[in-house]
Design a protein around this ligand. Structure first.
Ligand SMILES: [Zn+2]
Length: 160
């Protein structure tokens, strides 16, 4: 499995241009599908905040920036980071469309913004050759229950 992107893992805490941390995403087909002809502009203007405090990656919905945990950036699996970045780029697109990213009327696995992000991510995971088992493991995030995990696999199109 060969990813045509580069992750700069030795980054200190701070704010950086997206491309200083994650390069090559502008040439990834699925990313071009997300942003269309705005792809270059969006990625050129996007910021990444590297910090020590929180879990993995998320979009700060006051700044429209991707926040990434420093240790995860350094030690996370390539494939997971790759898929996580695509997931967060879907949230960036939603943010640009003025959507509410953390709509608390929905649970995590039923929130429309999450379902869209997971659907696109699962589609990309299949395209790059991950098995259903590997994708299921990827979706097994620790803040959801076993039952929610099943719901997430279903809502993201992995299982019927
Ligand atoms: Zn998400």
């Amino acid at each position: 499995l060969e990813l045509r992107i580069k992750i700069n893992r030795e980054i200190p805490e701070g704010t950086f241009k997206f491309k200083q941390v994650f390069s090559g995403f502008e040439d990834v087909e699925i990313v071009k599908n997300i942003f269309g002809e705005k792809t270059e502009t969006v990625l050129d203007n996007l910021y990444v905040i590297v910090e020590e405090s929180r879990g993995y990656l998320y979009v700060d919905d006051s700044l429209g920036a991707v926040v990434v945990n420093k240790d995860y950036l350094k030690n996370g699996k390539d494939i997971y980071l790759y898929l996580d970045v695509i997931h967060e780029l879907v949230h960036i697109k939603q943010f640009m469309e003025g959507k509410e990213l953390f709509d608390t009327r929905y649970s995590y696995v039923e929130r429309p913004t999450e379902i869209e992000a997971y659907r696109i991510t699962v589609e990309e995971a299949k395209r790059i050759g991950l098995s259903d088992k590997q994708i299921a493991d990827y979706l097994r995030v620790e803040w959801i229950s076993e039952e929610e995990w099943r719901k997430l696999m279903k809502n993201s199109g992995l299982i019927q």
